[in-house]
Ligand binder design. Structure first.
Ligand code: 5AD
Ligand code: SF4
Length: 474
């Protein structure tokens, strides 16, 4: 297959070469190799973007570190889905002032979704002189050029684009794990759920060409990756805007055909676009992990309508039934927002009863956070904070009860675990079964990146302690 190389890639690759010399010179000046630290906030898409930033930083000669106080370059890859995430970033920026006093050559960069909001950029510009570089999600691929500029100009560089002109394919990436990787299949979102800021900061939905995705997966497989996570804000609508439309189900089955790829995951699915074809492909394909994250957001039809979700409770429950019928051992997880404007006690009771009825394996619970510019932020009847917190606690209790019961269903079974890391407890390692449940067991770090049969002995709520029950598969 031919690679798609564009002028934009070439330009950025040229800047990588140019920046190498500057980084080498700076290292000589400060008397040690320069280190860079990228801190990720938010979702899997941001985690993948951070791997791209790290890839570029490594290519220009920085050594990568997780310790901010060792770094000569720090980037915060921000999230703005909820207000708390914003506050957290401002707090951390405050703490960098002291570090910069000790190390005047320290460069601080901000990127990610928060930077797509003009009022945020304005606030940082005025109140956080510690920040040297600001760029957004749409021009992340220009990072080599921006880095070159901030290193040579010795003054602030701010460059945020409103949309992406093209999808840039060929820049370096530094993966966190050698054996698993995220792969972007699409960017942006067209759904405009009434509470959500993502469509405003990530822009309109744009799918990558299937060949570009498959080539990336093939390259990753050759490089030892056995688990792929296909990433998009709404993977179920993948491919609809391509010149030659391709369904997500089709893409998924093509990815499964790649030799060396043993597990395929995906994130996130919107219930309104979930097709029967997709359920069929999952059922037929053992490489597709038996885990489905299907955000419901609320169990009340009235609230789902106000959220602009385009499905109701019954349709959601019908999808759950179909998934469980066709893929019996599947685990189901979801996102729920508590305290959406106008949520009454009755609406909330519908959410509680839905959680009970579905019996999720795990639930990500969020307190509604008004985001400026979204329709929900100006809706009447914002729910008082005290009520929201009280409902949130009740929801957590319900979730815990259902999830513990669900998780325990695998007790005593021997299942394949992909080992991801050493455990804090010496002599133990940690990994995941296909259903995305975490398992700890006694084993050495040589098992990392291998699939090992493990008997799940002891269920501790959301995770297991187990015993290795055979040799790792080669
Ligand atoms: N307030 C609270 N939670 C939100 N989410 C998205 N926007 C908001 C908001 N304004 C949650 C949704 C989504 C998850 C990624 O974040 O549940 O599925
Ligand atoms: Fe936000 Fe809805 Fe798009 Fe998800 S589908 S990113 S919740 S607008």
């Amino acid at each position: 297959m031919t690679e798609i190389h564009t002028e934009t890639d070439d330009r950025q690759l040229l800047y990588i070469e140019r920046t190498k010399h500057i980084v080498a010179q700076r290292s000589r000046e400060v008397g040690h190799p320069l280190c860079a630290c990228v801190v990720t906030f938010g979702c899997q898409m941001n985690a993948r973007d951070s791997e791209k930033l790290r890839g570029i930083l490594k290519a220009v000669g920085y050594q990568l570190t997780d310790a901010e106080d060792e770094a000569d370059f720090i980037a915060y890859n921000t999230c703005t889905v909820r207000e708390n995430a914003d506050k957290h970033v401002y707090g951390r920026l405050g703490r960098l002032v002291g570090l910069k006093r000790e190390k005047p050559w320290l460069i601080v960069g901000l990127c990610g979704c928060m930077m797509q909001e003009p009022q945020v950029v304005e606030k940082v510009r005025k109140s956080y002189p510690v920040v040297d570089l600001i760029f957004g999600t749409h021009n992340l691929f220009t990072f080599p050029e921006l880095l070159h500029k901030v290193l040579t100009d010795q003054r602030r560089v701010i460059d945020v684009w409103e949309s992406s002109p093209e999808i840039v394919e060929n820049l370096p990436v530094e993966r966190k794990y050698s054996f698993k990787s995220g792969v972007n299949i699409m960017f942006g979102c067209n759904n405009f759920c009434s509470y959500c800021i993502v469509p405003y900061v990530r822009g309109r939905e744009k799918s990558r060409e299937p060949e570009a995705i498959l080539n990336e997966c093939r390259r990753l497989a050759k490089d030892g990756v056995m688990e792929i996570m296909l990433l998009g804000q709404n993977v179920n609508s993948y491919g609809k805007t391509l010149d030659h439309p391709v369904s997500f189900a089709r893409l998924l089955s093509e990815v499964c055909k790649i030799d060396g790829i043993r597990r395929v995951r995906f994130m996130t699915s919107h219930p309104k676009d979930l097709s029967d074809e997709l359920i069929d492909v999952i059922a037929e394909n053992p490489k597709i992990c038996r885990h489905f994250h299907l955000p419901v957001q609320s169990g009340s039809d009235r609230i789902l309508k106000a959220m602009n979700r385009h499905y109701d409770r019954n349709r959601y429950l019908a999808i759950v039934r179909k998934l469980r019928e066709q893929v019996p051992d599947i685990s189901l997880t979801t996102d729920i927002i508590v305290g959406f404007p106008g949520e009454t006690e009755e609406d909330f009771a519908d959410t509680l009863s839905l959680v009970k009825e579905v019996g999720y394996d795990s639930v990500f619970t969020f307190i509604y956070s008004p985001r400026t510019g979204t329709p929900a932020a100006s809706m009447p009847d914002q729910v008082p904070e005290k009520t929201v917190h009280e409902r949130f606690d009740r929801l957590l209790m319900q979730v815990r009860e259902s999830a513990e019961e669900r998780c325990a269903r695998f007790k005593g079974r021997t299942m394949d675990v992909l080992v991801e890391e050493e455990n804090k407890e010496p002599g133990y390692v940690t990994g995941r079964i296909s259903q995305n449940i975490t398992v700890h067991f006694k084993g050495s770090k040589d098992l990392i990146g291998k699939i090992v049969p493990v008997t799940l002995d002891d269920c501790r709520g959301f995770y297991y302690f187990g015993t290795q029950a055979g040799c790792p598969e080669s």
